[in-house]
Design a protein around this ligand. Structure first.
Ligand SMILES: [Zn+2]
Length: 380
């Protein structure tokens, strides 16, 4: 705390409203109270007697890690093309997945200074742990993965029972639902899960259009992802999806066709999309979470963020698991976005704050005059 008033300056300053300001500052009183936000030049003209202290690249509210898999925190990082990464790395390291990883991951998140997070949860013990132990607010999305249509009813009954039981434990953490991906959950189950989520007001996340081979799968039924899922014992696509692949089909159009987008799920990755896909999700009001490091490491490509901006789709930032995204640190993810996506810091800061809260369905903090400066953090 300074004994005098001071203007704290940074390349980007954000109070949570609209777009972050570039070359801006925060005027802070001797008691560390925020007096004004503004462009640095304007603040310096208005308060000529006040000294300026540069704090770093960005001053912002606590950011959001909108997509994690905490239970994979003990699985080592490995870069591999996505169709190989799940069978060769995640399934072969299944013994390292679970509660111990989730404990480590949650502690890493807590220490990283974020405001909230969205985690994909794959086991009951991890769900109970996150619900009862997390001091951080967030959403724990129960992940469902099952491509067998003849098992859809049983899985749905089991999912409803589990979620009803857990809802009594909701406190800092809200329960959500995550059908894993359009090609790993049968169309019957996808319809039932999204219908249930809509009815119960459960937030949803789905991994969509992650690797180029996912688009190829929906268009042709062939390619590296098609081979990988066939090897894993998935049924024929017509059986699981209730329709054939089609040259005009995309994972997004398939979800729209099934009515899944009516539940307004937050869509994760969305790298390999068409302009029509982006228009469709804009109409439904879906948010998108980008995980640039994971996309790079699994050879998925870069998210076409300008296309999303064109149609007003809100983007958020997530680290994915540390097994594909390297760390659970959202600041490091923001640096990766700057490196891979040719994007300005002000956009990335908005993704990390406003976009993140929107993706999770949690009200974003708005920092105002009169608030303590410690309600903001600094990216040096
Ligand atoms: Zn993920």
């Amino acid at each position: 705390m300074s004994a005098e008033r001071v203007i704290y300056a940074a390349d980007v300053v954000y109070n949570g409203v609209g777009l972050p300001l570039e070359n801006a500052g925060v005027l802070v009183s001797s008691t560390n109270t925020i007096v004004a936000f503004g462009k640095l030049a304007a603040l310096q003209i208005q308060f000529p007697e006040v000294k300026t202290q540069r704090l770093g690249q960005a001053i912002l509210p606590r950011p959001v890690n909108a997509h994690t898999h905490l239970d994979l925190s003990q699985v080592p990082f490995k870069a591999l093309p996505y169709p190989r990464w799940i069978p060769e790395h995640i399934i072969s390291n299944q013994a390292l997945r679970g509660l111990e990883g989730a404990k480590i991951g949650l502690e890493v998140l807590r220490q990283s200074g974020i405001g909230t997070f969205g985690d994909i949860v794959y086991s009951e013990e991890v769900m109970k742990f996150v619900l009862s132990e997390s001091e951080l607010a967030g959403v724990a999305y129960w992940e469902v993965l099952n491509p067998m249509p003849d098992q859809a009813t049983d899985i749905m009954t089991q999912t409803i029972e589990r979620i009803k039981g857990w809802r009594k434990l909701e406190n800092n953490i809200k329960i959500g639902l995550s059908p894993h991906a359009p090609f790993t959950v049968s169309s019957l189950l996808l319809k039932q899960l999204s219908g249930f989520a809509k009815l119960e007001g459960l937030p949803m996340q789905i991994h969509v259009a992650e690797h180029p081979s996912e688009l190829e799968l929906f268009r042709t039924g062939t390619g590296t992802l098609a081979k990988s899922v066939q090897k894993s014992g998935f049924p024929a696509f017509e059986t699981s999806w209730g329709r054939k692949p089609d040259p005009d089909l995309t994972p997004v159009k398939y979800l729209a066709e099934l009515g899944v987008l009516e539940a307004k799920p937050t869509l994760i990755h969305m790298v390999n999309v068409t302009e029509e896909d982006v228009k469709i999700i804009a109409q439904y009001g879906c948010s998108v979470v980008s995980c640039p490091r994971s996309n790079f490491n699994l050879e998925c490509g870069n998210i076409p963020w300008k296309l999303y901006a064109k149609y007003g789709v809100e983007l958020a930032l997530g680290t994915d698991s540390s097994a594909s995204g390297e760390t659970l640190n959202i600041r490091e993810e923001a640096n990766a976005a700057l490196k891979y996506l040719e994007i300005d810091l002000k956009h990335v800061v908005r993704w990390a704050v406003k976009g993140g809260y929107r993706a999770l369905g949690i009200k974003a903090p708005i920092i105002q005059r009169g608030d303590d400066f410690s309600s903001l953090i600094v990216w040096e």
